[in-house]
Design a protein around this ligand. Sequence first.
Ligand SMILES: [Zn+2]
Length: 256
Amino acid sequence: MKKPMILLLFLIALMVATFLVIGKNGPVSSSEEPPDQETPGVEETVEPSPQEILREAVREDWEKGFLILVNKEQGLAEEYVPADLAEIKYYAKDRSPQWRKMRQEAAEAFHALAEKAQEQEMEIVVTTAYRSYDFQSDLYYGYVSSKGQEWADQYSAKPGTSEHQTGLAADCSSPSVGYQLTSAFGETAEGKWLAENAHEFGFIIRYPEGKEEVTGYNYEPWHIRYVGTVSAEQIYTKGITLEEWLDELALEIGEE
Ligand SMILES: [Zn+2]
């Protein structure tokens, strides 16, 4: 009776002691960085890699809202109005002055783009840029009643799902197609120049040919979207869409 009891107590004492030793030494040795293991003078001076620089630039544009995704599946609230809308200087004069605005940085980028085109004897202007929720609502339901639901869904956006409401999108045209929004614009010198150079100013052709399944829209050579120069460059060189670029970013910085 006595011996097994002592043995049991001894075993318990041994287990407790073992736990205490592990508890004390285990975390200490694994979590504390021994300071003398670092090479003196080289810590914290590592140059950021090109990927880190790119990621940081994209993050800044993301924080400014330049990478906002608006498509047929993801919309904006009825009351969403960009706070920093600015007047665009180069526009088709027969369109409503009300919709010649973009967010400040996008408007300035468009001016730089249009001026660069002018240097090469090309006139690229905005027909409409920012559009309110209510305007899109009138436009969409106007198409539904005049051309039918199917046509409206193919060529127009339901209110709240138009990128124009972000203040980052613009429809462009030129005198060579009578300032119309037509796929023929893509074949003009201006349309071709726009497709090849818009990214340098932070814009992308938002609905490219062959990407209808991804964007949900037919090819629109006239519709440009501001995303910032870093993302525009990536989207242009990779030949992808905003949707696909955002997928790539989510894979890279998704867990943050
Ligand atoms: Zn458009």
